[in-house]
Write a protein that binds this ligand. Structure first.
Ligand code: SF4
Length: 362
């Protein structure tokens, strides 16, 4: 039964798979880049990033030698910037400790930054033909249905799923098998309305036999927090004041307009006054609403209110930035694109660049 399933799955994959750029290579570097980008990001969104990344950093050496700011800039818009930071560190370690050659041993790979069980299995199976099953969100969902696992699909069931897949994975073509499993989850055993009648695993599927494919896995409780934040867009002689976030925590090391979270019960204006006073020692003469943008991060939904701020006391009150203070800068509009920003701030920059509300240009 398992052998038949394996054959059917691989045949289905050969006939139906999407033609994606990272499926045309066995180069571990390229496979690794795609696998990291695809974590938390959709295939369609990844394709242009993947191609641009390989133009900028065609191999591990180029990535290891690039400055971190450039790497974060290339990653801008993909989110989860820790992935880019880990890739940069890992590239440096592979260059230094392995002469620039990707290690084939899963235990060695698993010790590198950003190599969890999924990435290790994906790179070693796709690039080096090691029979390690991958378990990503798609595979979790498919296998929860196949094995009739109760509760929401999460890492808690990975060991059970992995044990089962060890008994099914193709020893001759483990990479193809793993790709097929993920593609099957993406195209057939979809989160809603799975195509059970076209499914290569139907005869093995417990959820299908019991008519429970719509309720397995159980939905997860949402843990998305809502955050309200204010930022001051401060301009002087065509330059904008930006500051770098801390190197730790959410959106670490990215740049932003000064501001911060609105406290419970606080008005937007009061929050702006408090944040600019605390962060820059700046008092406000006027603050006019510029625009409001919303952006969803993994566990947060951020509503960002941007104000065009005129400091009191005229230009003399503007903070002079000492040369060595590298975390605050005055930057002309056309040079803002040299700095990595979170997606919410990028929407504000886009509005400034387009001259929306007549505030950006000039
Ligand atoms: Fe998924 Fe339906 Fe196939 Fe079961 S039969 S694995 S629920 S598509």
């Amino acid at each position: 039964m398992k052998a038949l399933f394996r054959v059917r799955l691989i045949r289905w994959y050969a006939a139906r798979k999407r033609d994606l750029p990272w499926r045309r290579t066995k180069d571990p570097y390229r496979i690794w880049v795609s696998e990291i980008m695809l974590q938390q990001t959709t295939v369609n969104a990844v394709v242009p990033y993947y191609e641009a990344w390989l133009r900028a950093y065609p191999d591990i050496r180029a990535l290891a030698r690039a400055p971190m700011r450039a790497v974060l800039k290339s990653w801008e818009g993909l989110g989860y910037y820790q992935r880019a930071r880990n890739m940069h560190r890992t590239a440096g370690m592979i260059l230094k400790e392995h002469g620039g050659r990707f290690p084939e041993d899963p235990a060695v790979l698993a010790a590198l930054p950003g190599f969890g069980p999924y990435t290790t299995a994906a790179v070693t199976s796709l690039a080096f033909g090691r029979p390690l099953p991958v378990v990503d969100a798609n595979v979790r969902r498919v296998m929860s249905r196949m094995l009739g696992i109760r509760g929401p699909a999460g890492p808690g069931s990975d060991a059970e799923i992995s044990r089962f897949l060890q008994t099914v994975i193709s020893r001759r073509a483990p990479g193809t098998f793993n790709q097929a499993m993920m593609e099957w989850g993406a195209l057939v055993c979809r989160p809603k309305n799975p195509f059970c009648l076209r499914c290569p695993g139907q005869s093995l599927c417990r959820a299908f036999r019991r008519g429970k494919q719509e309720v397995i896995p159980a939905p997860k409780k949402s843990s998305v927090k809502k955050i309200e934040a204010v930022v001051g867009v401060i301009r002087d002689s065509g330059h904008f004041l930006i500051q770098k976030r801390s190197e730790k925590g959410l959106l670490a090391g990215l740049w932003e307009f000064p501001g911060g979270k609105v406290e419970p019960g606080e008005s937007l204006r009061a929050a702006l006054i408090r944040e600019l006073r605390e962060e820059l020692g700046l008092e406000i003469e006027s603050a006019d609403p510029l625009l409001t943008v919303k952006h969803a991060y993994t566990q947060y939904l951020v509503t960002l209110h941007a104000f065009a701020v005129t400091p009191s006391g005229g230009p003399d009150a503007l903070p002079a930035i000492p040369e060595k203070k590298r975390s605050v800068r005055w930057v002309p509009l056309k040079s803002l694109d040299k700095y990595p920003f979170p997606s919410g701030s990028l929407k504000i920059i886009r509005a400034l660049t387009n001259g929306d509300r007549g505030w950006g240009r000039g």
